[in-house]
Structures are given as C-alpha cells and as structure tokens.
Design a protein around this ligand. Sequence first.
Ligand SMILES: *Cc1c(COP(=O)(O)O)cnc(C)c1O
Length: 231
Amino acid sequence: MIATALQEVQARIQRAAEQAQRAPDAIRLLAVSKTFPAEQVRAAYEAGQRAFGENYVQEGVDKIQALSDLRTELRWHFIGPLQSNKARLVAEHFDWMHSIDRVKIAERLHAYRPAEWTPLQVCIQVNIDGQASKSGVAPAEVPALAAAIRALPRLHLRGLMCIPDPSQDAESLRRRFDEMVALRDALTVEHGPLDTLSMGMSADLELAIASGSTLVRVGTAIFGQRPSLAP
Ligand SMILES: *Cc1c(COP(=O)(O)O)cnc(C)c1O
C-alpha cells in the first residue's frame, strides 16, 4: 500500500531529523514516480503526497497531462539527465529541475520558460564523486554555473543536488554529503541564502539528513521495486 509506505518513509525522515537535532519539517519528501503509472501517483496524492519526481522527459510529461486535474496542487520535479533538445518540454511542464549541469541547459530552460509562469525552481547537479562517467558539474565549477543561472530571471536557483555512488560505504557517503553542505555554504557567502540540498534516496536518506539534506528523493521505498530496464 502506497499510503502505508509513505507513512513509513515520513517516520524515517522524522527519526533521522530528531537524531540530527533538526526540525522534521526542514526536510521535504519528493516521491520519485519514474516508471510507475499515473494511477500510482494519484494514490500517493490521495495519501497526502504533493511533490513528485520524474527522470524521463516524455514519461513525465505524459503523467503530468494524465493528472492535469491535479495540476495546481502537484509539484513536478525533473531529476534526470537532460539533453538540450528536450529542455523545452521541461521548461513548459515542470515546476522544478534538479539536474542543471551546464550553462547551455540553463539558457535553454530560461528561453522556453513561459513568461507568465513562476520561474523554474532549479538546482545545480554536482558530480560529487569526481567520476568522469557521472553527470553533474565538478565542484570547482559550481560558482561559475551558479553565477550564470543567477543572471537568468526565468530561473530561480534554490540549491544543489547530488547522486553519490551508492556502492561506497556509509562513511564515504557521509563525507560526500558533508562536502555538498560545504559547497552550499561557500556559495551562500557570495550569493545569499540557498534553501535546498537535494540529496538522499531510499537507501541513504538517514545519512543525507544527518549531514543537512533538505529534500530527499525517494522512489523504491514508496512505490516498490522498479521493473529493471533492459541491459
Ligand atoms: C530513481 C532516482 C531516485 C530514487 O531512487 P530510490 O533508490 O528508488 O529511492 C532519486 N533520485 C534520482 C535522481 C533518481 O534517478
């Protein structure tokens, strides 16, 4: 049952917040609904969930349209890698975009964001493990990308996002999350407050919250195992 699973995840967030002596409402839950049908999103909505994350542009747009009766109540977050030729669909349908990793994507999103809408809420994705194969910008390049985004009024920079390699041990994961906090703090000195650190998933949300995550992205623990994609 999605309602029960949501309650369990909320309880995990609450416990982790208490252990870190943080206010539980300082951490928002993003339900990652990728690969799950619109009816499951509706069930989560009926259980009280409002923010949903999608990884694949067309799948996300299809779901947003299938649930258009709920559009004013739901917040849709795009969290996947984005090719610049799909930026228009994200700008025209989503509320948030977590995975900006280059100026070109930011400029495209800005160009296509309808002027009458609230600005697209965005995060910079950081390649916190420093692996060439991973998406995200290198930590050293974050300040320049943040400055470029700040110059685009149809985008509102909210913070940073990361997806650390889940195979590392808890101690190194914790170090990655702490590095994200330091990066955010360094940016804040120059740019003013950034209220979002998008980090932590089903398996590591407690560690992320202990470091200072403000938004955890949880799929499996809410919707169940995703069907594995073809290799
Ligand atoms: C799939 C996905 C998640 C959710 O992962 P779970 O382990 O199922 O909680 C979170 N963030 C991103 C970017 C994802 O692609």
